[in-house]
Design a protein around this ligand. Structure first.
Ligand code: 8YV
Length: 330
């Protein structure tokens, strides 16, 4: 097995005890991850999380699609660590974990550039009508090239507004700078660190929405950001603007966005996340041409998922050994 993390780290987390730690694991986690855990833990099915109290559970291995609540954690008095395969921890009650002395690990950094690439992919795809074009190029009506069909909207030299300029947001900004875009951003506090000296303008949310040709949402999902983009905010955007969401579905109101796209209050949207996820199969949003939707693929490359798996395993094993995690949010 070839590891991407330094060997000493891996050695440090080999289990010492003859009886394997018992870890409730999401059944959908990748084989990559379970390969790395072979012989290190005893896997308990995900359903255990809703079962009776159990003092033999040592860890929880999860990813961003099932809640890990205070009540779950309190049910397992020996629980030492919740290791999350992903950076977003909005599905985990972190404050409760901290109170209970449980470490919560996540996987930032390794997926930053990959997720930024996805934001650009959706921005370009929505603006240049890539999915519509793909469908048309395959269908029988496509007999002759027509210079008037499927005109999209320009990306380069336009203004982009990034909501949430953390690690991923900054990498999105770097990519937009290469497209000669004017870059606005909004976040809770102004950026302290700008290592690439990018030309970034901090604005209020309202000004960002008014001025941007592209609005990219990449803030964490919190009580404050739930429903951040609703009817009023969509109305503040230009009719020619494109909205991209690579954060979490509930940051944007699905209902308001459906109306805005149907009524052409905005030009298009590119969504890697939706609320709910997936949308009901008969949802109107899925019938509209001016929305491009991907099924939560932000970090989905073979290389990045491999690194995420390694980091998740390292965090888990360190937590089980009651040692500080490589990345911890608790
Ligand atoms: C993944 C993500 O969807 O890291 C996150 O927060 O949203 C993504 O990388 C995921 O959690 C892994 O399945």
């Amino acid at each position: 097995m070839k590891y991407l993390y330094p060997r000493p780290l891996i050695l440090k987390v080999e289990p010492l005890s003859p009886s394997l730690p018992r870890v409730i694991s999401d059944d959908k986690l990748s084989d990559n991850l379970y390969e790395l855990l072979e012989g290190k833990i005893e896997r308990l099915p995900w359903a255990t999380i809703d079962g009776p109290a159990d003092d033999s559970v040592d860890g929880i291995l999860t990813f961003g699609h099932h809640a890990v609540t205070a009540a779950h954690m309190a049910n397992f008095p020996q629980l030492k660590v919740v290791s999350n395969y992903g950076v977003g921890v909005d599905h985990i009650e972190v404050a409760a974990a901290t109170e209970l002395g449980i470490s919560v690990g996540n996987t930032p950094d390794v997926l930053t550039s990959t997720t930024a690439d996805m934001a650009l992919t959706l921005m370009l795809a929505a603006a240049r009508r890539v999915c519509e074009g793909d469908q048309y190029a395959r269908c029988s009506e496509f007999k002759v090239f027509d210079p008037a069909y499927m005109l999209g909207t320009e990306v380069h030299h336009q203004t982009v507004g990034i909501i949430g300029l953390g690690r991923i947001g900054y990498q999105i900004a770097r990519r937009c700078a290469a497209f000669d875009m004017e870059i606005l951003y909004h976040k809770r506090t102004q950026l302290a660190d700008n290592p690439d000296q990018l030309n970034l303008t901090y604005t209020s949310l309202e000004e960002l929405l008014n001025r941007s040709d592209f609005v990219i949402v990449i803030c964490p999902l919190t009580d404050e950001t739930t429903g951040l983009i609703g009817t009023q905010q969509l109305a503040a955007m230009k009719n020619s603007a494109v909205l991209v969401n690579v954060a979490r579905g509930p940051v944007v109101s699905t209902e308001a966005l459906t109306v805005a796209l149907r009524e052409k209050q905005i030009y298009a949207a590119g969504l890697d996340v939706t609320d709910p996820e997936p949308l009901p199969r008969d949802h109107e949003l899925l019938t509209l041409d001016n929305v491009t939707i991907t099924p939560h693929l932000g970090s989905a490359t073979m290389q990045t998922r491999r690194k995420m798996a390694e980091l998740t395993v390292v965090n888990l094993m360190l937590g089980l050994a009651r040692e500080p995690l490589v990345h911890s949010v608790s």
